[in-house]
Design a protein around this ligand. Structure first.
Ligand code: MG
Length: 119
């Protein structure tokens, strides 16, 4: 993680989902809650514009990792980390914007068979 990782670094002793205990089958709702438990105080103070910038920067890091892969000099571990970063910052944004990702996904992609046609 880049220097911004420090922004999210703090004590996780009292969290519902301490990282070392993460279940690999953790649901999206559980992940969003974990992100809320860990970071909501600082995230809500930063607000949506600042949080979106962090998300956009992670999005760019994912693009860089994918571009390196396309050029044949990719680092799979780094690529996986960037996917995780984007997902974490998406969950962060959802928390700050009062969006329940599970409900949003259900409404958009699951209910009534989801969107018609190709995505
Ligand atoms: Mg990153």
């Amino acid at each position: 993680m880049s220097e911004r990782g420090r922004d999210h670094a703090h004590d996780d002793r009292n969290l519902r989902y301490p990282l070392q205990a993460m279940d690999p089958s953790m649901s999206i709702a559980e992940f969003q809650q974990m992100i809320r438990d860990r970071y909501y105080a600082s995230d809500s103070t930063r607000g949506i514009p600042g949080t979106f910038l962090w998300f956009a920067e992670e999005f760019g890091e994912l693009a860089e990792a994918l571009a390196r892969r396309e050029r044949g000099d990719g680092d799979q571990q780094n690529l996986e980390e960037e996917f995780a970063d984007v997902l974490a910052w998406l969950a962060t944004l959802a928390n700050v914007a009062d969006v329940d990702l599970t409900r949003a996904i259900e409404r958009k992609y699951l209910r009534d068979g989801g969107p018609k046609g190709t995505k």
